[in-house]
Design a protein around this ligand. Structure first.
Ligand SMILES: Nc1ncnc2c1ncn2[C@@H]1O[C@H](COP(=O)(O)OP(=O)(O)OP(=O)(O)O)[C@@H](O)[C@H]1O
Ligand SMILES: O=c1ccn([C@@H]2O[C@H](COP(=O)(O)O)[C@@H](O)[C@H]2O)c(=O)[nH]1
Length: 232
């Protein structure tokens, strides 16, 4: 079983697949899935995307650096939203972010987050990498290494990595395992190349799983053979 886990959630895990905003039904599902792993006493960090609010590249009339700042703020909104939902359901959590100065958001300090983990808090990392031109996949890779995670789990809309996009090609074939080398060379779109590179350089495995299949998150944390594992 993994003991220190960085979970990357898409913004759509708050809104429902393809949706915008927040869905009560999806959030209830999310809380129940997270509860199952939190009760195993693992140290859990979460990076959440903001596709349910803004993705920089969707704002066509904006300069990219401006659009991306809106996207990063969206991740802080989602983190705060999740903190509130978690706490209403008995899950202690804290939001840390280097990009905003708000009373409910703490600065990102390693000793402080370690104390939070020890006290059983889920640490929600908001604000992406703090830089435009990146995405929360890259932020997830950075924060995973910073928190010394033993796995980065990306919970998304597909069952794992395929030889081509399974949403577009019915005959796409799933990989159970793939090397970083292959993921980068084949330009697998399920995760940013930057994120693959950071994890490769720091020898941190990535597991891609389907968030929308009940029980998957628990299986992933318990080390069951699901999704696609990316490693050396
Ligand atoms: N080779 C591939 N294998 C698996 N999925 C792929 C592949 N190529 C493209 N995809 C697509 O990648 C998508 C997942 O990546 P995407 O960045 O959209 O998700 P996310 O990071 O969970 O969302 P967000 O951008 O909201 O954080 C899948 O829905 C799938 O359609
Ligand atoms: O490091 C980062 C992370 C994110 N952004 C912007 O936020 C949105 C939302 O993130 P997703 O990973 O797409 O859910 C992203 O599209 C960027 O616009 C960023 O600039 N830097």
């Amino acid at each position: 079983m993994y003991k220190r886990v960085l979970l990357k959630l898409s913004g759509e895990s708050l809104s429902g697949e393809g949706g915008k905003g927040f869905s009560e039904k999806t959030l209830t599902y999310l809380v129940n899935e997270v509860k199952k792993i939190h009760q195993l006493n693992i140290k859990l960090g979460i990076v959440v995307g903001a596709g349910n609010i803004f993705r920089g590249k969707e704002l066509k009339d904006f300069r990219i650096q401006m659009a991306d700042q809106l996207g990063m703020l969206g991740t802080v909104i989602n983190s705060l939203y999740l903190k509130n939902v978690f706490e209403s359901n008995g899950l202690k959590s804290i939001v840390v972010s280097p990009i905003v100065n708000l009373p409910s958001v703490m600065p990102l300090k390693y000793d402080f987050i370690e104390q939070c983990f020890e006290a059983g808090y889920i640490v929600l990392f908001g604000g992406g990498t703090s830089n435009p031109l990146f995405t929360t996949d890259t932020a997830a890779a950075l924060r995973a290494i910073e928190m010394n995670a033993d796995i980065l789990i990306k919970a998304t809309k597909v069952d794992g990595i395929y030889d081509k996009d399974p949403k577009l090609f019915e005959d796409a074939k799933k990989y159970d395992n793939i090397t970083f080398e292959q993921a980068i060379k084949e330009q697998i779109k399920v995760m940013d190349t930057e994120a693959f590179s950071i994890c490769k350089k720091n020898n941190l495995s990535i597991l891609i799983i389907n968030f929308f299949k009940e029980g998957n998150l628990l299986k992933a944390v318990e080390g069951e053979n699901i999704g696609t594992k990316v490693n050396y």
